[in-house]
Design a protein around this ligand. Structure first.
Ligand SMILES: N[C@@H](CCC(=O)N[C@@H](CS)C(=O)NCC(=O)O)C(=O)O
Length: 283
């Protein structure tokens, strides 16, 4: 496991928030992440880690800075892990041209199509490499992990947890891209990263995973603002709810009048998400 460079560290909410960089094996590039370690008030020497995945245009600082999650994680004795949203400077032609493809838009999957497949491997990075790293190097509890995310990050959280419920013990999402194979953001990203054969997209779409019989043993919490500018064109929580119902998946989809897609919405509901994960991870 490569060295980790700590770029800065800050006392916060009785714990410590650090911004770190390391050589990622999965990405084949340097990668940055932020990590919040709670104080020891709850007496847990190895806190469970809750992974927080951000959306399009964000980086490892965004959710940590704007999400309002740290004080609640501190109260519940949870570690928070904030990965970046894509590889950086991968050298793919055009990767910085669009805000919804390439840099800042890794979609938490391993690309299979050229020229993305070498470095655009955020699926393996978030699912495998980063959990192993925070457990080995930052003292996260082995085998007790939760995952949540916003928008593209909500898509990532739902897909990773539905695909591997043994690895992710709790899952929630805020305004997730719930059916990416059916919406413009997903068409663009999946078409580039996975190629035009849509059969290969199903394993990266939470609604299609539920339709194929994948479920998670715990209830899934999803919050959605009804004034979200992306709701009808890009997010499709209704499709997720229908698929969950048909699959027998417990899903609590809460709609919030007047809230948009921004971190102001996340700030307003994050307390319940951290509590949801704490209940399942800490027992
Ligand atoms: N750049 C896009 C918006 C992108 C966007 O809203 N990104 C969301 C995630 S999908 C976000 O959280 N952005 C970062 C922020 O608000 O700080 C636009 O112009 O419409």
């Amino acid at each position: 496991m490569a060295d980790i460079a700590t770029r800065s560290e800050h006392r916060c909410c009785g714990g410590t928030l650090g911004f770190h960089e390391h050589e990622s094996e999965a990405l084949g590039l340097p990668a940055r992440f932020a990590l919040f370690r709670p104080g020891t008030a709850r007496g847990a020497s190895r806190p469970p880690a809750l992974f927080c995945l951000a959306g399009l245009t964000c980086d490892e600082t965004t959710f940590a800075t704007k999400g309002n999650a740290l004080r609640f994680a501190a109260a519940h004795g949870l570690m928070l892990v904030f990965p970046d949203t894509s590889p950086r400077r991968a050298g793919v032609p055009g990767e910085d041209e669009d805000w919804d493809l390439g840099t800042g838009a890794g979609f938490y999957l391993d690309a299979t199509a050229e020229p993305w497949r070498t470095h655009y491997r955020m699926g393996s990075y978030v699912n495998d490499e980063l959990p192993a790293l925070v457990e080995a190097r930052f003292g996260a509890a082995p085998g007790r992990r939760g995952i949540m995310g916003h928008s593209m990050g909500g898509h990532g959280a739902l897909v990773l947890a539905l695909r591997d419920p043994e690895r992710w013990h709790s899952v929630s999402a805020l305004a997730p891209i719930a059916h990416p194979a059916a919406v413009p953001w997903g068409h663009k990203a999946f078409g580039a990263y996975l190629g035009p054969d849509r059969d290969g997209w199903a394993a990266h779409d939470a609604t299609l995973l539920l339709r194929a019989g994948h479920t998670h043993p715990t209830p899934i919490l999803v919050d959605q603002g009804d004034a979200d500018q992306f709701l009808s064109e890009q997010l499709r929580p209704d499709a997720l709810a229908e698929a969950a119902e048909a699959a027998g998946q417990k899903l609590r989809l809460r709609r919030h009048a007047g809230y948009d897609h921004s971190y102001w919405f996340i700030q307003s509901v994050i307390e319940d998400h951290v509590a949801h994960h704490a209940r399942l991870l800490r027992g």
